[in-house]
Design a protein around this ligand. Structure first.
Ligand code: ZN
Length: 194
């Protein structure tokens, strides 16, 4: 079988982050200009084995359209999955901007979106970390979550919170998410080629 989503690997649902296909917001940022002109194909590899691919395009400058084929078991039928993922752009402290995904399932901001039975964030897909970075990532995530519990998830300054406090907390949350990204990318380097 050829075409998008094919590959010798199966698209079985996995429980671990390390075994799940994903797209990083950093990749989207790096390919924004190209994506504005044409859809791009994302390929996942483990060693020499293809783990399948997806077609990714940009819609209305602020949504990612992801299309891929999925099957629950190696013998099962392939079904095509399509998903729109809203993007959010935030300014960086030292200039430029950063791209985030808004999880289509829970509406929370994510630096990495996972491509499985559906496209969603790690917590919506119930994915766990397998290995050595788990403690570091969990610690960063718990810090980030505490900040978002204070400022809310809708990126609107809560009533009564001083503007400066809000900006400071938001910027701290951004930094924490960037640190998480770095750790997660270090884990995934072997698994993925985009
Ligand atoms: Zn989610």
């Amino acid at each position: 079988m050829g075409g998008i989503g094919s590959g010798r690997g199966c698209w079985r649902s996995k429980n671990f982050v390390e075994e799940t296909r994903f797209i990083t917001s950093k990749w989207v940022k790096a390919h924004l200009q190209l994506l504005q002109k044409q859809p791009l194909q994302v390929n996942w590899h483990q060693g020499k084995e293809s783990l399948g691919s997806a077609s990714v395009s940009l819609v209305n400058h602020n949504q990612l359209f992801v299309q891929y084929k999925y099957r629950r078991s190696c013998e099962g039928d392939w079904s095509t999955v399509t998903e729109f993922i809203p993007l959010q752009f935030s300014a960086c402290r030292y200039g430029g901007s950063r791209v985030w995904f808004i999880c289509p399932k829970c509406g929370r901001r994510a630096a990495i979106i996972y491509v499985d039975t559906v496209v969603a964030c790690r917590s919506c897909l119930g994915l766990h970390y397998q290995s050595e970075y788990e403690d570091d990532i969990s610690r960063l995530q718990s810090k980030t979550r505490k900040i978002f519990d204070r400022i809310g998830h809708d990126y609107v300054r809560p009533k009564g919170m001083h503007h400066k406090t809000y900006e400071c907390l938001l910027s701290k949350a951004n930094e924490l998410q960037i640190s998480q990204d770095k750790l997660i990318e270090a884990k995934f380097r072997k698994l993925v080629q985009l």
